[in-house]
Design a protein around this ligand. Structure first.
Ligand SMILES: [Zn+2]
Ligand SMILES: [Zn+2]
Length: 444
């Protein structure tokens, strides 16, 4: 059932450094005066990359060996250059695409991986200067500002309100075989019968909001991590992936606690970002557990920018003391949010789907020490036996930990466990951490 090998095309637009695969196809389409779906057919983008309903599955995410060979044969573009245009170029840094071949990957990835699989953000000035080249990094989940023009990236077209490069309001039909859209035009099909050409908004004429230095700094650090650079956080050397895991966790924590985390008025922030933050506080997802949760990628650049007000100082901090200080507002807001939810009878763990790296978790616990209860004091050491306080022995541990400690720190890790049982288990576990070797010596 092999497809015929595409013939070498006479004229091929050269990909620009950092350009996304979809952008390159769009520019070739304009050059050849052929809809992008036809160009994709001509160069050998297989139907496996697009579902029968038109939604792109792996288009722009990864190339199969067969496609790579075919596209190279048709266009003469080096295989490594073709791979660099796929989101998989960020696999192992700010994305984890190791299970790409698994069934149902596309659906799962959309919720777990912080990337824009079906649309892109954009800097209008970059589009104007490049003649419509869309960089790949605009599709990363935390792409927020353009470092060159110091502007907030746009998410949606102001005219049709469809996310950029999504194609239509309902489906993500980026590879149309009938409609040719210029790289600097919106082109979304809102109502095909009325508007044959799609939305005619020129994207390169829009003006995005100015962004401040601090936002550029955290964006630049994120892009370094995405590129695989070694990072430091609180004096600790981290891989790009580990640093991003910290950033992601802190963004999630800030979003989860946003109801009790006021935006400081002194921090310079675009107006849309402030509005997005306030809108997210009252958003529906906080009341009903649907597709969105605190673990989800914040949907827009504006909302992300507002959450970075709290997350940037944490991930860009130098020393360990600075880390605890930087995370304190978030840690306190998390406690307040938890208490508020408990009062309303909601005992679901606020961060249960969020993977919080140890360095962040320890800083959070150190930032909000409790006067009572041994659990609060032991919390920071629980995951790092090396840091166990030498003077603390298992005979100091009570048989049952206090109710409040159990609820605040442990309960969410022991779902479906009766508090009575959980408090006892916790005490035993703490005793073990302090050197008790048997249950008997632990429960003494
Ligand atoms: Zn720009
Ligand atoms: Zn539009």
């Amino acid at each position: 059932m092999g497809q015929p090998r595409p013939r070498r095309l006479a004229l091929v637009v050269a990909p620009q450094p950092g350009e996304s695969f979809a952008s390159w196809i769009d520019r070739m389409a304009t050059d050849m005066a052929l809809p992008p779906g036809r160009v994709a057919d001509a160069i050998g983008v297989s139907n496996a990359a697009r579902a029968t309903d038109g939604r792109p599955l792996l288009f722009g995410v990864a190339l199969s060996a067969l496609e790579r060979t075919a596209i190279h044969a048709a266009t003469g573009v080096a295989p490594a250059t073709l791979d660099a245009m796929q989101l998989a170029a960020y696999d192992g840094t700010v994305l984890d695409l190791h299970d790409l071949a698994a069934v149902g990957w596309a659906r799962k990835a959309r919720s777990r991986q912080w990337a824009l699989f079906g649309h892109s953000r954009a800097c209008p000035q970059c589009l104007a200067e490049s003649g419509g080249v869309w960089p790949l990094w605009w599709r990363l989940g935390l792409a927020v500002v353009c470092p060159a023009h110091r502007r907030l990236l746009l998410d949606t077209c102001p005219t049709c309100e469809v996310p950029l490069r999504r194609g239509t309001t309902t489906n993500m039909r980026v590879l149309s075989r009938t409609l040719l859209v210029a790289p600097s035009m919106c082109g979304s099909r809102i109502n095909g019968r009325v508007q044959h050409k799609g939305c005619e908004q020129r994207l390169d004429e829009l003006v995005a909001e100015a962004a401040d230095r601090w936002l550029i700094d955290v964006q630049a650090a994120y892009l370094r991590a995405a590129g695989g650079a070694a990072m430091t956080l609180a004096g600790q050397r981290l891989s790009g992936a580990a640093w991003f895991a910290c950033l992601r966790a802190v963004v999630c924590m800030a979003r989860a606690a946003a109801t009790h985390l006021p935006l400081p008025p002194s921090v310079p922030l675009p107006d849309t970002a402030r509005r997005a933050f306030l809108a997210d506080i009252t958003a529906d997802w906080r009341r009903s557990s649907g597709v969105q949760s605190p673990a989800s990628r914040p949907p827009t650049a504006a909302l992300t920018a507002s959450l970075l007000v709290f997350a940037a100082p944490v991930v860009l901090t130098d020393g360990r003391a600075g880390l605890v200080e930087a995370i304190r507002p978030i840690a306190e807001a998390l406690l307040a949010t938890r208490a508020h939810r408990k009062k309303q009878g909601n005992s679901n763990g606020l961060l249960r789907a969020v993977a919080v790296p140890t360095i962040i978790d320890q800083a959070r616990l150190l930032a909000t020490p409790r006067r009572n209860g041994v659990v609060a004091h032991l919390g920071p050491f629980a995951r790092s036996p090396a840091a166990r306080p030498a003077l603390l022995e298992h005979r100091h541990i009570p048989q049952v930990v206090t109710t409040s400690d159990y609820h605040d720190l442990i309960a969410e890790f022991l779902p479906d466990t009766l508090p009575r049982t959980g408090r006892r288990y916790t005490a035993l576990a703490l005793a073990r951490l302090c050197g008790a070797t048997t249950q008997i010596s632990g429960s003494r």
